[in-house]
Design a protein around this ligand. Sequence first.
Ligand SMILES: Cc1cc2nc3c(=O)[nH]c(=O)nc-3n(C[C@H](O)[C@H](O)[C@H](O)COP(=O)(O)OP(=O)(O)OC[C@H]3O[C@@H](n4cnc5c(N)ncnc54)[C@H](O)[C@@H]3O)c2cc1C
Ligand code: SF4
Ligand code: SF4
Ligand code: SF4
Length: 832
Amino acid sequence: MSELEKIINECLGEEPPYCQAACPLHIDVQGYIKMVREGRYDEALRIIMGVLPFPGIMGRICTHPCESACRRKDLDEALAIAYLKRAAGDYGTADKPPAGGEEKGKRVAIVGGGPAGIMAAYDLRKMGYRVTIFEALSCLGGMLASAIPDFRLSGDLVQEELGVIERLGVEIKLNTRVGDDIAFSRLRESFDAVIIATGAPLSRKLNIEGSTMQGVLWGLDFLTAVKAGKAPKTDGRVVVIGGGNVAVDAARSALRLGAKEVAIVYRRTREEMPAISGEIEQALEEGISLETSWAPGRILGNDGKVTGMEFMRSIQTSRGENPAGPVLDDTMIKRADCDTVILAIGQQTDLSWLDSAGTVTTGEGSIRADNTTLQTPDKAIFACGDVVTGPKSAVDALAAGRSAAISVDRYLRGLDLTQDRDAERQRASRLVVSIEGYEKKKRCPMPALDVEARRRNFREVETGFSRELAQSEAGRCLECQCKTCIRDCEFLKDLNETPGTLARKLSDGLFRVDRRLAYRCNICDLCKRNCAKGLSLGDMFMEIRQAMVKEGLGPLPEHQFVKRDQDFSTSDKFALVHCDPGSERCEHIFFPGCGLSGYSPELVIKTYEHLRRYLPNTGLILGCCGGPTRFLGNEPRFREILSMLIAEVKALGNAELIVACPDCYHTFRHCAPDLRIRPVSGILVEHDLPVEALSGEKQVFSLHDSCKARWEPEWQDSVRALIRKLGYEIEEVENSRDKTRCCGLGGMAPYADPELAAVNIRKRADEFGHDILTYCASCREALSAHKPALHVLDLIFNPDWRSTKTNPQKTGKARRDNQARLKQTVQERYHS
Ligand SMILES: Cc1cc2nc3c(=O)[nH]c(=O)nc-3n(C[C@H](O)[C@H](O)[C@H](O)COP(=O)(O)OP(=O)(O)OC[C@H]3O[C@@H](n4cnc5c(N)ncnc54)[C@H](O)[C@@H]3O)c2cc1C
Ligand code: SF4
Ligand code: SF4
Ligand code: SF4
């Protein structure tokens, strides 16, 4: 697979953050948190309202799967995402509700006005359908309005936010129970599509001994009665059985209604309780006790009235081990005295009202709806929310309502219902975001009423973040994203595209329109080093350059200079193969490359002579590895140059090449893996150095690693060892070794974008506090524009380095003159 294809397939640049991927509605959590952090509450609210028109409701009761997925939880604690949504609702001003879309002339009936039905109605109305909700109760909201107690979610707030549905033009028929007040079959006939969203309104029954006695209540029935102001008396000792939100809400409601003592008993562990954990904590604060790993045995009574309850110990409670229920030890029995038992062990659906049940229900009485499209076997009937899944959560119901609306729209327009539905699913983000280097900071606790102030009333317990608290909490967001490659690259920053998008555009032929683009990259591999997937934009741009050369689109006219230099380096004016006179084979071959030769012929000669002192029978090849041609994308010409060189090495007995330039080294490593190569610094450090080069002074140099040596620890280590052996100290900048940054000249980029190159050169030079040492002649030349700079060989073989360190970069002509002078010197010295 080409690098371009790999980037298209694997780049995570557009991957949503963990929170957003886990949110069933995929709200841009990071986006609104950023707005809250900046105190821009209207904008925060606008982001939320674009997806979810009920921020106040969901800011209070959402089960927030986003928080369970939040990356910050691996550092300290998850962001308080739901509370920040509430803050956006509290302090932001919403735009007017969106207008209904262009009328489509089709009618959709929705049975049930809970979250699932409401969301479907909202979306379908926005699309232009005429929507009617049939709701059995006297208000919209389903469980949110009829069961969740006011101390968590006030009925007024629910009605205020749901008002948007009516304002949008949805027809609402309250107090209309389908099955009783209107037959389902009539809806089916008179509407173009029907959505069933009737929830799970029945308390699940537990047939244990004593469950019909006076004083036994059922969780959901109890809560709906409380909400309707018709609560039964619960002023004695109350035991609540269950571990979900219904159980905890029932316990807290009983306490507020005057119960003396309230205990929640759950058959599994606390960690396995499905209730929102913050709610459990508040219940405990309020004095409710919690007994876990005890399962209900029987209810005890006297004269048909509850007096207590018996429990059995549960062992192996884990849901994973025993999905059907924990294993019970009936030898371990415990009793509790009580006057009321509230059984809150779950809810179930009620489909008794469905007159055409057979077609859309299973034998067990649940709806048969496709997992993805939510369509039932009757193609005009859809179902969503708790009625399909069993009791889940409000956000799941909202998301299901949205999916149902998409399906109904497609069905009514005769489109494929199944295409591209994956994005709707809740999923785990593929991001790989490091938490290293972040300071720990605890999550801001939600301000709440004192325990005393909440005891005997239904006032809302959580009072909401102040603006300051919200902004401080929002500041904890790690802004998870994968644009790591872009962060450190001026070129990618300037492009302002994710690599995936860029690769797709290039694949669609962008390089034919923007011929400069691929040549602006330094091919420095920093992006690859920073990318968790190891993707290399440099490799991708190399592929593009090659494709451009094939199509006659590359290189650019500005690259004529490179071509001239390259032709010179491979011509008789510079190229030379030298072996000790009288010998045809060498033990080693010194290969200074065209860069060092153009920089200083003296350094080449002196280095060569020094090497021969320790490694007799070392030859010398003057020439070019072909790197510049390769970087221009001219692969055939590059292969020609490289093959000539390989043939020369072969002719000298396949000796080991002692390479003086990291660029050449990189080229050989990747394109001629059979060549035996070693960096010159690795050889030099193993032998004595000229005595006059050893320093008595304590000078510090800033060391610049060449980007082509990024993956070459032998180069990096041996250069450092060499500098220390000479007696100097090294300033290691943060971006060194594999994190090094390009000097700005890499990849022939300056010819395509001189301004960008100037920015890169300055940026790199500014990282250094001392005179700069490099081990690549081109890097030395680039960085000398801003700071005194030397090649490490200068310190050994150039006695005048103190004055030459400020020499400006050589022109192309000066470099070619030096190369020619070097060849002449070699010929005169060894062959005359
Ligand atoms: C006490 C309690 C606390 C909860 N706490 C939370 C919480 O903190 N966070 C959270 O996310 N979730 C919570 N939930 C769960 C959440 O409320 C539900 O998952 C969600 O309301 C399901 O939405 P729905 O639209 O599928 O069904 P419902 O909300 O049940 O709505 C169904 C609607 O259909 C109507 N209906 C039924 N039959 C007919 C008919 N034949 N004709 C006309 N109308 C009909 C009902 O009256 C109801 O209004 C809680 C549930 C309960 C009971
Ligand atoms: S680092 Fe860059 S190339 Fe790599 S996955 Fe992230 S965005 Fe894509
Ligand atoms: S840290 Fe911020 S962006 Fe990352 S998952 Fe958490 S809320 Fe989302
Ligand atoms: S300049 Fe370097 S870091 Fe930037 S895209 Fe090119 S290879 Fe990657």
